[in-house]
Design a protein around this ligand. Structure first.
Ligand SMILES: NC(=O)c1ccc[n+]([C@@H]2O[C@H](COP(=O)([O-])OP(=O)(O)OC[C@H]3O[C@@H](n4cnc5c(N)ncnc54)[C@H](O)[C@@H]3O)[C@@H](O)[C@H]2O)c1
Ligand SMILES: [Zn+2]
Length: 375
């Protein structure tokens, strides 16, 4: 499958195919000059060596550059080391950087590619589910500062994205499931067919079947790509839709759940919350709320915020960049397949829902939450 992303004068394709890295679709610009594959030792061993060998056999002059594994290396210090390594290997403005790995390698690789000699081509080769459906689409690159995540970065589109779902076989289970949460999100915000497909293929998805995953990934990329095409630089407010489930997720990640939850797990909890809130605020049918809760559960994702302190969560949610003043802003869902931003959710409504014991009791009572919400 090929998803075409058009942005201004830039257009590129996201190729999604099981087995793609066995026979990489070599573009002409790789045939000349020197190139680098940026990755880490873990990914290199699992899939990088193989790709490198195939590219070299096809006559491409390419060398591997390693960066350390982990979010804590998403820094300017790593950027400098990688750029030094490109220079040492004789990369020129005609060269390309292939970034192979999860979102960390993708974000660092994209940032280096956008600034090395004022910009060279890069190809994203995402190898985590999160990277395949989220960080490889949209052109955001960047690194963390001590004071905050992704505080230095650029908007820079890759020349191509090579996505092969077979590489996901080696991902740790939690990492895999966390990526699924962003696909559930894509279904809720813009693709009811994708959502239904997930409901009908739970077994295949949990078994990481590459064919089912190809459908999921391609459709989720398309949902994100359409939104990005409307709002490339995040100025029109449209990208806010991508934040569905993320207001509570960020509160959980930065505050009370720090270090305990993967981003995708926090998003799953945040989506369950947003769906329940949507009953009251957006007239979302009870059935749609139940479908979301049931799908999250069948994919092994959490959907309850039991155990986290409601007052701290509300405080953190009000700090969200969408919010202004006393109310909380939340992306709400009138029904699976569409969302809108509600900037005036009363703080009391959020607090009540967070404290609602019926929700804490479990999924199936959870849908009744709206009757407990006060205004
Ligand atoms: N640019 C964007 O638009 C965007 C969007 C979402 C997230 N992000 C960023 O992405 C990062 C998170 O990405 P992530 O979740 O991919 O984390 P990650 O890059 O740290 O990868 C998670 C772990 O999985 C390993 N790994 C990668 N591929 C593997 C494979 N096939 N088999 C086994 N192990 C594998 C990695 O080496 C790492 O240890 C964050 O820094 C976040 O800010 C960026
Ligand atoms: Zn996310």
């Amino acid at each position: 499958m090929l998803i075409k992303v058009r942005l201004g004068d830039k257009a590129y394709g996201i190729r999604v195919k099981a087995g793609l890295l066995e026979s990489p679709p070599i573009p002409r610009f790789l045939r000349e000059g020197r190139h680098v594959l940026l990755t880490n030792r873990r990914v290199c061993k699992l899939a990088g060596q193989g790709l490198l060998g195939r590219l070299r056999n096809a006559g491409i002059r390419i060398e591997a550059v390693m960066m350390p594994d982990g979010e804590r290396y998403k820094t300017l210090a790593t950027v400098e080391k990688v750029a030094d390594a490109l220079l040492a290997r004789g990369l020129t403005r005609k060269s390309s950087l292939l970034a192979m790995g999860g979102g960390v390698v993708g974000d660092v690789g994209g940032f280096v590619a956008s600034t090395y000699m004022r910009g060279i081509r890069y190809i994203q080769v995402p190898t985590t589910l999160l990277a395949q459906v989220d960080s490889s689409v949209g052109g955001k690159t960047g690194v963390n500062l001590r004071g905050g995540k992704n505080m230095v970065g650029t908007f820079y589109q890759p020349s191509e994205v090579w996505t092969d779902p077979t590489v996901l076989g080696t991902l740790p289970a939690r990492e895999y499931r966390a990526g699924l949460a962003e696909i559930v999100k894509a279904g809720i915000i813009g693709d009811p067919v994708l959502f239904r497909f997930m409901e009908g293929h739970v077994k295949e998805i949990n078994a990481r079947d590459p064919q089912a995953l190809s459908v999921l990934i391609a459709r989720a990329c398309w949902v994100k790509a359409k939104i990005v095409m409307e709002d490339e630089f995040e100025t029109a407010g449209i990208r806010e839709k991508l934040n569905f489930g993320h207001t509570l997720a960020h509160a959980l990640e930065t505050g009370v759940g720090y270090g305990r939850l993967r981003h995708g797990e926090a998003v799953a909890i945040g989506m369950a919350f947003a769906m329940l809130l949507s009953r009251e605020r957006a007239g979302c049918p009870r059935r749609d709320v139940d479908r979301v809760l049931a799908l999250l559960k069948s994919l092994g994702l959490p959907a309850s915020w039991w155990g986290y302190d409601a007052d701290s969560l509300v405080r953190l949610m009000k700090k969200d960049k969408k919010s202004a003043g006393r109310d909380v802003a939340e992306v709400v869902c009138p029904g699976i397949g569409s969302v809108k931003v509600d900037r005036n959710v009363p703080e009391a409504a959020v607090r009540q829902l967070l404290k609602n014991p019926a929700v804490h009791a479990g999924f199936h009572q959870a849908g009744g939450g709206s009757s407990h919400v006060e205004h």
